[in-house]
Design a protein around this ligand. Structure first.
Ligand SMILES: Nc1ncnc2c1ncn2[C@@H]1O[C@H](COP(=O)(O)OP(=O)(O)OP(=O)(O)O)[C@@H](O)[C@H]1O
Length: 332
């Protein structure tokens, strides 16, 4: 097992109200962890506490077994092995890309600095921008430079606060691939905050879902998708159907769910599935790689289904829920 590098135990934090409530998290060497959660749930607050930039009210953070300094009691908050990249990038204005990188390496020997600059320029696709001033960079370029600056001193852990917001698809993909390379080539542990299922699944070894001050679920992307376990987790990840109770046979009390892409739409033919209902199609919108269809059941429940084909709005269909894709869901 990889060594635990960063260990946060029993962290609580309040501002006007309680934001984090007795929360613990372990980050092992070389792993990528993604923190997800609804807006305002305390993801950035947690990231700052993990970086040693913000003091927790209760609990402790240890790096390699040593307690982090209390940021309220030191001259410069933070830890050299924990590199935090804020949403506003913190770059040196009126300077070039190269000057920004050199600045991060002032305390190091020329040979090391040159090696780092060359490697990071290449890793973060910045070579052609070396002499460009910060003001002329796009959002995605600034983001890549901010990450390169954070990596310059070879920190053990890189903490990224929503690194992909405001990036177009291909820039986001480039940056995600660069972050994957950071992990494999530099063996840096990475913790990042994201709202997006695709980003989280692409990058994470572990996903942590933060809700009401607590981590309500931590799991690998694959296990999380197979068994989100809690309604709040499923709601955060993607469209899903909570099976209408009528379609559940016998006296089953459990709630069953299914991802919208796993519902089978039957046109006319009788259903051979154990769980199925009839529903009318209200709307069907082209999303590129699927149609997102909104059905209404006879009980008036809206049901989202992702299909490969366009379906006729206003028509009635049988919606079947194959057994092998069902998962059980709890309220809490
Ligand atoms: N320094 C502060 N002083 C007072 N309240 C704060 C401070 N920092 C954060 N908060 C509040 O704490 C809550 C959590 O904020 P935080 O930025 O950690 O949430 P988040 O999950 O990262 O949100 P988002 O996804 O919208 O970025 C919010 O209600 C925010 O207004």
């Amino acid at each position: 097992m990889a060594e635990i590098l960063l260990k946060a135990s029993c962290i609580s934090k309040s501002f006007d109200t309680q934001i984090l409530d007795n929360l613990s998290i372990d980050i092992a060497e070389g792993e990528t962890h993604v923190i997800m959660g609804r807006s305002g749930q305390g993801k950035s607050t947690l990231l700052k506490i993990l970086s040693g930039l913000l003091a927790a009210d209760e609990g402790e953070v240890k790096f390699s077994g040593e307690l982090l300094d209390n940021p309220d009691e030191v001259l410069v908050a933070g830890h050299e092995e924990l590199a935090y990249v804020a949403q506003n990038f913190n770059l040196l204005h009126n300077r070039t890309v190269l000057e920004n990188l050199k600045d991060a390496l002032l305390a190091f020997k020329d040979e090391f600095a040159e090696h780092q600059i060359k490697q990071l320029m290449q890793l973060m696709r910045l070579e052609k921008l070396s002499s460009h001033k910060i003001e002329s960079l796009s959002g995605g370029e600034k983001q890549r430079l901010a990450i390169a600056r954070a990596l310059a001193t070879q920190p053990a852990v890189l903490l990224l606060d929503e690194p992909f917001t405001q990036l177009d698809y291909s820039t986001r993909q480039t940056l995600m691939d660069a972050i994957k390379e950071v992990r494999t080539e530099l063996e840096t542990s990475i913790i990042l905050v994201s709202h997006n299922l695709f980003e989280a699944f692409y990058l994470a070894d572990q996903i942590h879902v933060l809700d009401n001050g607590k981590i309500i679920k931590s799991d690998s992307p694959h296990s999380l998708y197979q068994n989100p376990e809690l309604k709040a987790v499923a709601e955060l990840l993607s469209d899903f159907v909570l099976l209408p109770s009528k379609s559940i046979t016998n006296k089953q009390k459990r709630q069953l769910g299914i991802w919208a892409e796993n519902v089978v739409v039957l046109e006319g033919e009788p259903s051979e599935y154990k769980f199925s209902i009839s529903a009318k199609l209200k709307d069907c919108v082209f999303m590129g790689y699927h149609y997102r269809c909104v059905f209404v059941s006879e009980q008036g429940q809206n049901i989202i289904v992702k299909t490969n084909n366009k379906l006729e709005s206003g028509s009635s269909f049988q919606l079947a829920f194959p057994d092998e894709y069902l998962f059980e869901l709890k309220d809490e």
